[in-house]
Design a binder for this molecule. Structure first.
Ligand code: ADP
Length: 449
């Protein structure tokens, strides 16, 4: 009953490349397992795309950790400074969000770390902790080659950061130098982790089956517990516990071209216009920094073919990065033909000339893209589950995409079930991983040190 004759088959033609079948996902899972193995082997690691960094975190928490800690959380939209009191299962936490201005994100490393030290100072002063010595856990969510719990060398910036003079450097040294320049602070960074490890540790604090941590936010990444005998690149002590958490950096899966045949022209466009072309190809099919842009590119294509909005767009819809990933969640949350959220999004984008059919089409596009993202995340998760070979596992997941998208969790569960029919698994939302996880690791570090 649509007043226009919409050519469904053309819409279908345009979105079809995003619809992968079960065989595709199974193949992606097997490829991922192969890439994990390449990263873990000393011989192939130097040229491996999935880096499989050992984190120096060897055991999950007992759940009885105590003490006062500071934590920093840097690695995406928000920079946070936190004060955490661990007391067994009772954790108290105060935190403050600071902005990292765009100018600093693409400035120099010195500017970045001076800004961080300023923020720490402001927070510690507000919390009336200036006179206290506090060990600090740093959740630094970028790919780092670690040489110890407190020594992390940044390999490459991702997720829109590009500060000069940090790649190849030990970020703990840069932080300590900035803290020293600032003065008046009695703080020592005792551990660096990334957000995946934070999620895993925070969840393992209350669930001893937890052995995988996944982030689905601005970017995507995963970590898991691996047996030392499988970690050929591990050159440190082989004592008990004979395991180490591996930060996979799976966002870089596909950077060797192994995903090219399942990627679409839209994926190639997103990559081409990103700050890091050719890098983080898996991440760019999934995470919050890119998913909205994929949807926007398809909507623009549909509009040019007069298959949506009667061919009339807006400056906003034509603007790169202007279709936020949160719109995808909002649009997919509409459950009836009133399309309340979808209409709001259209208004936000200054699209005035639309009909109910356009809402339906937009929702269909969003669902196609987010379903592929969820299934790809599931293929990665299934790869980890197979790699570990456990019969039961809890997966800690954090990040706004997973948290707020109305179907992401269910879609992931459905596809993991299909790919790992013999494993009992559950996906658990991890709370405050970047803060609590960092404090837990800092607590272990101070006890051993
Ligand atoms: P981090 O930057 O540390 O990953 P988040 O987990 O909050 O922090 O992720 C932020 C990203 O999540 C943003 O890039 C944004 O694209 C995406 N996002 C924010 N809100 C939503 C939402 N409601 N639904 C889906 N994605 C969202």
């Amino acid at each position: 009953s649509s007043p226009r004759s919409v050519d469904e088959s053309s819409i279908e033609t345009i979105v079809r490349p995003f619809k992968l079948n079960d065989m595709n996902y199974r193949e992606i899972m097997h490829l991922m397992i192969e890439k994990f193995k390449e990263g873990l082997s000393a011989k192939t690691n130097p040229i491996a795309t999935v880096k499989m960094f050992p984190t120096y975190v060897r055991s999950t928490p007992k759940g009885t950790e105590v003490g006062d800690f500071l934590a920093l959380d840097l690695g995406g939209t928000n920079f946070r400074v936190l004060h955490i009191k661990l007391d067994g299962q009772d954790t108290k936490m105060e935190s403050k969000i600071f902005l990292i201005p765009q100018k600093i994100m693409s400035g120099t490393g010195t500017e970045l770390f001076d800004h961080i030290a300023d923020c720490i100072y402001k927070f510690v002063k507000e919390q009336q902790l200036l006179t206290h010595y506090l060990p600090l856990g740093f959740t630094f969510s970028f790919p780092c080659r670690q040489e110890g719990l407190d020594k992390a060398i940044l390999t490459t910036w991702t997720k829109g950061f590009k500060c000069e003079g940090v790649e190849g450097e030990n970020i703990v040294e840069l932080l300590h130098a900035a803290i020293k320049r600032k003065g008046q602070l009695n703080i020592k960074c005792v551990a660096v982790i990334n957000d995946t490890v934070g999620a895993l540790m925070s969840c393992a604090h209350s669930d001893r089956m937890c052995s995988i941590g996944i982030i689905l936010g601005t970017g995507t990444n995963a970590c898991y517990i691996e047996r030392l005998e499988n970690v050929d690149i591990w050159n440190e002590d082989k004592n008990e516990p004979k395991q180490v958490i591996i930060n996979t950096e799976w966002g870089a899966f596909g950077d060797d071209g192994c995903l090219d045949k399942i990627l679409t022209d839209y994926d190639r466009q997103v990559d081409k216009h990103s700050i890091n072309p050719g890098k983080q190809r898996f991440e760019k099919t999934i995470s919050g920094m890119y998913m909205g842009e994929l949807v926007r590119l398809i909507l623009e294509k549909l509009r040019r073919h007069k298959l949506i909005f009667n061919g009339v767009g807006s400056e906003e819809l034509s603007t790169r990065g202007r279709f936020y990933t949160k719109y995808v969640s909002e649009i997919e949350s509409d459950i009836d033909d009133s399309f309340k959220n979808t209409k709001q999004v259209f208004q936000d984008l200054n699209l005035t000339n639309f009909m109910v059919e356009d809402c339906r089409i937009a929702q269909y596009v969003c669902s196609t893209i987010s379903t592929r993202a969820a299934y790809l995340s599931a293929a990665g998760t299934a790869a980890l589950i197979h790699k570990m070979g456990r019969s039961e596992v809890t997966v800690a997941v954090d990040g706004s995409l997973y948290r707020f998208h109305p179907h992401f969790h269910d879609l992931m569960v459905e596809k993991i079930k299909a790919l790992c029919p013999l494993t009992r698994f559950r996906l658990m939302l991890s709370h405050d991983g970047s803060g609590k996880g960092a404090a837990i690791v800092a607590s272990c570090a101070t006890q051993e040190g």
